[in-house]
Design a binder for this molecule. Structure first.
Ligand code: ARG
Length: 439
């Protein structure tokens, strides 16, 4: 069932047929393919290339194929090269001669290009919706658990922050991811339909019309570029990869926080799994899988950068490789966003553990130094004095705020009663991060 047998004396080898076929994976483009074809035939009719009856016949035929696919009456499989051949062959079988006119003034090169762009827009918008849900959850979880906790640098306790502020850091990252995806969609939003194989057509067609019918901003400017542009696939894969990187960093923190050693959170059973041998274990598999799948999405980005590198204009069959990479990466990201949302919304944050970690971490040592600076000591000297106080506290198993004023004065006579206010964690937060948080 080929669309191009005319010029061949011998038939294709079975091996080549199998190697060349894309139906098994491009079948998910059926809706875009049929929608694109309906717009195309309407345009052919408007421009006087097919008549009214032929146009109606073709549209009805395409609609009946769509309905049969959607209701499961027509399965997409068999000896077809790709989804385009599948739809066209089925159309000819259903409506006869008129069906053979559909492909006038079109090539599979502009057909697949427009299908992929429509599909990319659709899945990108689904992904943006999933990001929105996760953004909402991160904000709510943060607001519900406005506890003090240690902030880290080099994985060492550094300064006091709040759980809210920590969640809102991921909120900011994901907000950028959303913008990146929306921006990529804005750039790709030009229709390649009507470029034909590479050089347009001798027919007097109307690319503005099909662009409008299919919700594109405008037709592409250049035919050669129109059929061979896969920048948007790479740009979206890059945005997906950055988003996965963010999810992977959050996963890593959730994994660490749910260890007995940290115990900052407890994952809900719904998003944990057990061990087949060690009965006591509750494993954070969901977070680990997200971390693991990040590599897979990066792989798709690298694959497409490599596929496109060095391709001469215009269409080359190498580009068929875009589909499996893009589909897999988009499916993976969408699923990971949903799982992350479930995991974050159901986890329990342990206020007591977070507070204990703050107390044991000398997280107000910088504030001791800042206190002395305000009393006139240069920061470098204040830093040294505060460091000596930390050693003293470690040796005597005390936190800084537990020292008496006498003990403070042994390090500097400038310490007064007001030091306690300056090193109180809630006061520190008020002057620091809470200042910038619109909660
Ligand atoms: N399956 C092909 C692809 O995904 C469709 C375009 C085929 N074009 C061609 N000239 N053989 O790229």
């Amino acid at each position: 069932m080929k669309l191009w047998g005319g010029r061949f004396r011998e038939s294709e080898s079975k091996l080549m047929e199998e190697f060349n076929a894309s139906l098994s994976f491009d079948k998910r483009l059926f809706l875009e393919d049929i929608t694109g074809s309906i717009a195309h035939v309407k345009m052919l009719n408007k421009c006087g290339i097919v008549n009214e009856d032929e146009c109606i016949n073709i549209i009805n035929g395409l609609k009946s194929i769509l309905k049969d696919i959607e209701t499961g009456k027509l399965e997409i499989n068999g000896e077809y090269e790709d989804i385009h051949s599948f739809v066209e062959t089925n159309l000819i079988e259903r409506i006869g001669q008129d069906g053979k006119k559909l492909h006038t003034a079109r090539s599979r090169n502009d057909q697949v290009a427009v299908d992929m762009k429509m599909y990319a827009k659709k899945v990108s918008m689904n992904i943006v919706k999933c990001i929105d849900n996760l953004l909402k959850t991160l904000k709510e979880k943060g607001e519900e658990n406005n506890y003090i906790m240690p902030g880290y640098t080099h994985m060492q306790r550094a300064q006091v922050v709040t759980f809210t502020h920590h969640m809102m850091a991921y909120y900011s990252m994901l907000k950028r991811d959303k913008k990146r995806i929306e921006n990529a969609v804005e750039i790709l939003n030009e229709s390649p339909l009507g470029c034909c194989a590479l050089a347009g057509t001798i027919y007097d067609t109307d690319r503005e019309f099909t662009a409008k019918e299919l919700n594109f901003k405008k037709p592409v400017d250049n035919f050669l570029d129109g059929v061979s542009d896969r920048d948007y696939v790479i740009e979206l894969l890059s945005s997906f990869s950055i988003c996965m990187m963010h999810l992977s960093r959050l996963s890593e923190e959730l994994i660490i926080w749910s260890t007995k050693e940290f115990s900052f959170i407890e994952m809900n059973d719904k998003f944990s799994t057990g061990s087949s041998i060690m009965p006591q274990k509750k494993n954070p598999d969901a977070a680990e899988l997200i971390r693991g799948k990040t590599g897979r999405v990066y792989g798709s980005l690298m694959a497409m950068l490599t596929v496109m590198k060095g391709l001469p204009l215009a269409y080359d069959k190498d580009m068929q490789e875009d589909k499996e990479q893009f589909f897999d990466a988009a499916d993976t990201l969408e699923m990971c966003l949903m799982v992350m949302q479930g995991m974050v919304s159901t986890m329990v944050v342990k206020e007591k553990k977070l507070k204990e970690a703050v107390k044991q971490g000398f997280l107000n040592a910088t504030d001791v130094a800042d206190y002395l600076v305000k009393k006139g000591i240069p920061f470098r000297d204040a830093h040294r004095i505060s460091g000596e106080i930390v050693i003293y506290c470690e040796e005597n198993q005390k936190s800084i705020e537990e020292l008496s004023l006498e003990e403070f004065k042994a390090f500097s006579t400038l310490f007064e009663e007001d030091v306690y206010n300056s090193i109180d964690y809630n006061e520190i937060l008020k002057k620091g991060i809470k200042k910038i948080m619109k909660l």
